[in-house]
Design a protein around this ligand. Structure first.
Ligand code: SF4
Length: 148
């Protein structure tokens, strides 16, 4: 079973109320078992909500509000639910395809905290928690590079 960011499948859970629909991810899901995740969606934060980025180890929204706790809670809850779902199905979690650059879902690169689109090395908080559990995470940009 693979974990997939809901916004990549067209769910309107993105901060601005839209989504990040990606046809390659949809095609991947046609031939693989999957489970949708959206840590910000289960964090208790509203949608739409201000964009947020990592700033010096904390996560701040564009208005300067520290949303670290909500993001961490959403990520922890998402991991817990994913493992429970895998247990229920009797499957392993084989990997995750999560939205690139997000402070929750990004893998390898995330926005740099200036809200200017610039990137720095790093993982989002969900990605960090999944990697700690030994789950391989890639972004939608890597799906055709044969990573899975
Ligand atoms: S990037 Fe992650 S947290 Fe943000 S909307 Fe998509 S699934 Fe939800």
């Amino acid at each position: 079973m693979y974990l997939i960011s809901g916004c990549l499948l067209g769910h309107n859970c993105k901060y601005n109320g839209g989504n990040n629909f990606n046809q390659e991810v949809v095609d991947f899901c046609k031939s693989h078992q999957y489970c949708i995740v959206c840590p910000e969606g289960v964090s208790g934060l509203p949608t739409p909500r201000p964009p947020a980025e990592y700033v010096g180890g904390r996560i701040l929204d564009k208005e300067g509000v520290d949303v670290t706790e909500a993001f961490e809670r959403g990520a922890a809850l998402s991991v817990e639910r994913a493992f429970r779902e895998a247990d229920k199905r009797g499957e392993d979690i084989e990997g995750a395809i999560l939205k690139a650059n997000s402070p929750s879902c990004g893998s390898g690169q995330i926005y740099d905290g200036t809200f200017s689109g610039r990137l720095v090395q790093g993982d989002g908080c969900l990605t960090t928690k999944l990697k700690e559990r030994g789950i391989k995470v890639i972004s939608e940009k890597e799906i055709n590079n044969g990573k899975f």
